[in-house]
Ligand binder design. Structure first.
Ligand code: NAD
Length: 379
């Protein structure tokens, strides 16, 4: 077996460490910072706290973007970077804030004429320039692991496309993972983001790009989710559950950023795009189905993962995923959407994302039709 492992992000983990942003910027010689802050961070006063504790490191704030950020919002942020000649970015928020900041950190460095719009690189396969502003990523959800990945997931609402862009220029310089920032995440968002962690760990493990270091990370992260997500949802102020879910999130990010995600992520994009289903909930909805499908993989990755996590095999793991999803009161079907045949066919068509090619079993349209018919009819 031949494999490479690279992890270029410095990671600082622990309660209270959000206060280190200003010093970390100065240590790195970073000045004229832009704070990209999600809606919650602004409303709760956290963004202002970060600006104040940065003691002059932050010069501007950008918060005009939506969950599942749009390509136009990236271009607007890049324009601000150019106008104000900003020197680095602090991204504070969930995956939406981090992903927008990553993309703007590249688009904002050159002139509009040379680098263009993020639209030129979204779903087009055109490689992004590698030049970028340094980024300090500070997640406020325990979910995406975006603080350590080279991925930015963006939406082009006008074109009806949600898709990831992968570029080595997206790796943050530094990730500051402070579990205290997640105490305010409401139970439903905690459940969705936690199931995103599980999906990333599981898909990273069985991806055709799997490798031993990422395998070990995936098993560790997935076990933490089964052990601590229910408590984090039921008791949002449980310090241990929040901390262990943050640990799971950053480690799942490391587990999947090289092998990449697979089938559940491919199917999640149209579910979010067409029906507004939250990202983690959309991934979780198909994860048990694909675990059973992937039991047919001759390499036996799904079975091996099931056993590594303490279940009898892939079926045992699929049952545990479905049980966890039910316990968290997340969506178990699409029956409420009254999907007709053209709507099911559109979901199949829009699931044809390159991530499908990372799945260990070839995912045919018949498999996707079976999946979406089952979800449409079960209640
Ligand atoms: P999010 O960033 O969209 O946030 C979800 C909601 O939670 C928002 O309303 C936000 O304001 C709120 N919120 C965030 N932090 C909070 C806090 N501490 N307290 C209270 N409310 C808070 O959700 P997310 O799941 O973190 O990110 C999802 C996005 O990340 C999707 O676009 C998804 O596709 C993408 N994603 C990216 C990667 C990657 O590697 N780049 C991986 C997985 C998913």
């Amino acid at each position: 077996m031949i494999w490479n492992y690279t992890q270029p992000v410095d990671i600082r983990f622990g309660a209270g460490r959000v206060s280190e942003i200003g010093d970390a910027a100065r240590e790195r010689g970073l000045y004229r910072g832009l704070l990209v802050a999600g809606g919650h961070s602004v409303r709760s006063g956290l963004a202002q706290r970060v600006v104040d504790s940065g003691r002059g490191a932050i010069d501007a704030v950008f918060s005009d973007f939506s969950p599942n950020p749009d390509v136009t919002e990236v271009d607007a942020c890049a324009e601000l970077i150019r106008e104000r000649d900003l020197g680095f970015i602090v991204a504070l928020g969930g995956g939406s804030a981090l992903d927008l900041a990553k993309a703007a950190s590249v688009i904002g460095v050159g002139s509009r004429e040379t680098v263009g719009s993020i639209r030129d690189y979204h779903g087009t396969g055109k490689p992004l320039p590698l030049g970028h502003l340094p980024l300090i990523a500070v997640p406020t959800t325990a979910g995406t692991g975006s603080e350590v990945t080279c991925v930015s997931v963006l939406t082009d609402r006008a074109a009806g496309v949600k898709a990831p862009i992968v570029s080595n220029g997206f790796y943050p310089e530094l990730a500051i993972v402070d579990p205290e920032l997640t105490y305010t995440v409401p139970p439903y968002v905690t459940a969705c983001t936690g199931m995103d962690v599980l999906s990333q760990a599981i898909e990273g493990y069985w991806s055709v790009g799997h490798q031993p270091i990422c395998d070990a990370l995936a098993v560790h992260a997935a076990r933490l989710v089964f052990d601590f997500l229910p408590t984090a949802v039921e008791r949002p102020d449980d310090r241990e559950a929040r901390e262990r879910m943050c640990e799971a999130s950053v480690i799942a990010g490391l587990a999947f950023t090289l092998p990449k995600t697979t089938s559940s992520h491919a199917c999640s994009f149209p579910l979010t795009n067409r029906y507004g289903i939250a990202h983690g909930e959309a991934c979780a909805l198909t994860l048990d189905y694909f675990t059973r499908v992937n039991a047919a993989d001759p390499e036996g990755r799904a079975d091996a993962l099931g056993r590594a996590l303490g279940y009898r095999d892939a079926d045992g793991l699929a049952d545990a995923i479905a049980d966890l999803r039910r316990a968290l009161h997340l969506r178990e079907s699409l029956a409420d959407l009254d999907l007709d045949e053209p709507a099911i066919e559109a979901l199949v068509r829009d699931s044809h994302h390159p991530n499908l090619l990372n799945n260990p079993v070839v995912i045919t349209d018949d498999i996707l039709l079976d999946l979406f018919h089952r979800l449409a009819s079960s209640s």
